[in-house]
Design a protein around this ligand. Structure first.
Ligand SMILES: NCCC[C@H](NC(=O)CCC(=O)O)C(=O)O
Length: 446
């Protein structure tokens, strides 16, 4: 194999809490006001990163963001000292303080859309930070996301960074959670699949109960920015009925790796037509699509949402077969676990299951796939990134000590106005940027 897929996982931030901010994401709504454990959340994430690095996969880490987001609180009219801003916000607009304290940047599948150099006309890796326009607590992520990505992928010879799309509903963009890339070797041309929830101009189908966060117009803009060849690009609509059942991102119902598309029977609108188109385009890049479709009779949409079976990672092992990484919730469900064990025994491309306990993130609707951003790279590109973000024994030990030093093991909305939490956060992030060699990426460091 010539290329690599590097997974960059988001490190959970110090203010991780359950605020019920994401209408349409049922886990978020259900766990509103539950007590969180930021320390455990960060460690669960680190354990996944380390275990995958130990198995020979390329694994990176992306830092959390500055929260509470004081600059936005000030933009919204809270003034005076930092302490006074927090006290006023808690007193008059606690929900706003909660939104501006969300650790949601941990779900890096929503950080950006990334196109590898093999697919782009100029031969560079393109990044577009996601505007996350549908949710206020997420729309504030884009600026720092861009700064972080530019600090890691800084070599202009290889990497191009685009600003997030305009912050309006027409261009609602959720990043890689609504994007898949299918093909053979990671460093060879593939087919990029953009999955949108609604089409503003001329669309016919849209969900009625829950929002469709990704628009076709946004996906098309990204394909243009990334200089993708229309012959090798597919736009599919997500099935609006499943969005209404809690499938708020496509990565809750489908996941891909190389030639494999693992998806639910009800994932896409006009599914068979879409898969046919994909099959043809894959043939044009000399790869045969392996579509693993899970029938509703085996796993209902409700069970897919509850267990996050499809929010899994499918990874190509060094020896060539694939492994599926699922959350503990998938093992706990008898029907889903039965399906998985049969699938890996069936002689198909996936022959191993790996389970992780990611409960703190899962309770806000973020499974293994939500926590990672994939970047397909060739050897020189991999050598050009900031190596200090790559997981190894030393970084794992350092980050665990860092978490032990700064993170609380219990957090509720009440704690968010505590000025000590703000101070702890800034000190921790300042230390982290030196550990990861990122320079100044946060507003408080400017
Ligand atoms: N890819 C997974 C994203 C999960 C994320 N959850 C949240 O933001 C919940 C935050 C809260 O409710 O506290 C979202 O819905 O975008």
């Amino acid at each position: 194999m010539l290329g690599y897929e590097v997974n960059f996982d988001g490190l959970v931030g110090l203010t991780h809490h359950y605020a019920g901010l994401s209408f349409g994401n049922e886990a978020s709504t259900q766990h509103r006001h539950a007590v969180s454990n930021p320390q455990l959340a960060a460690k669960q994430g680190l354990l996944k990163m380390k275990a995958l690095a130990d198995l020979g996969f390329q694994q990176g880490v992306l830092p959390p963001q500055e929260r509470p987001h004081l600059p936005m609180l000030r933009k919204l009219g809270f003034c005076g000292s930092d302490e006074s801003v927090l006290v006023q916000a808690m007193r008059t607009a606690p929900q706003l303080l909660s939104a501006l304290s969300s650790a949601s940047a941990m779900w890096t599948a929503n950080a950006a859309t990334v196109s590898p150099s093999a697919d782009s006309a100029d031969g560079k890796i393109h990044f577009t930070a996601a505007n996350l326009n549908n949710k206020f607590h997420r729309a504030i992520e884009a600026e720092t996301t861009s700064a972080v990505l530019q600090a890691i992928f800084s070599d202009r010879q290889y990497f191009i960074h685009h600003d997030a799309l305009p912050q309006v509903a027409l261009f609602g963009d959720e990043g890689a959670a609504n994007h898949n890339r299918l093909g053979g070797d990671y460093a060879k041309r593939g087919v990029q699949v953009f999955v949108y929830g609604r089409q503003e101009f001329g669309g016919k189908q849209a969900p009625v109960r829950y929002p469709a966060r990704q628009t076709r117009e946004a996906s098309e803009a990204i394909a243009r920015l990334h200089q993708l060849d229309p012959e090798h690009t597919v736009f599919l609509q997500q099935n609006p009925e499943v969005i209404d059942q809690g499938v708020f991102h496509n990565d809750v119902i489908a996941v891909s790796n190389q030639q494999v598309l693992f998806h639910h029977q009800q994932a896409f609108w006009h599914q068979q037509q879409g898969l046919e188109q994909l099959r043809r385009q894959m043939a044009a890049v000399e790869t045969e699509l392996v579509a693993i479709e899970v029938p509703t009779a085996r796993v209902s949409v409700a069970d897919a949402v509850a267990t996050y079976l499809f929010n899994s990672q499918i990874l190509t092992k060094p020896a060539g077969r694939m492994m599926i990484v699922v959350p503990e919730e998938s093992r706990q469900h008898a029907g889903v676990w039965q399906y998985l064990t049969e699938m890996v025994a069936s002689g198909g491309p996936i022959d191993e299951i790996k389970v992780f306990d990611l409960r703190e993130s899962m309770r806000n609707g973020g499974g293994p796939a939500c926590l990672r951003l994939r970047v397909a790279m060739n050897e020189p590109e991999l050598r050009a990134i900031n190596p200090r973000v790559l997981m190894n024994d030393t970084l794992f030990a350092t980050l665990n000590q860092w978490v032990d030093r700064y993170y609380r093991d219990r957090l509720t909305q009440h704690d968010l106005a505590d000025p000590q939490l703000l101070r702890e956060g800034r000190e921790a992030l300042d230390t982290l940027t030196s550990i990861l060699g990122l320079g100044s990426v946060y507003p408080f460091q400017q």
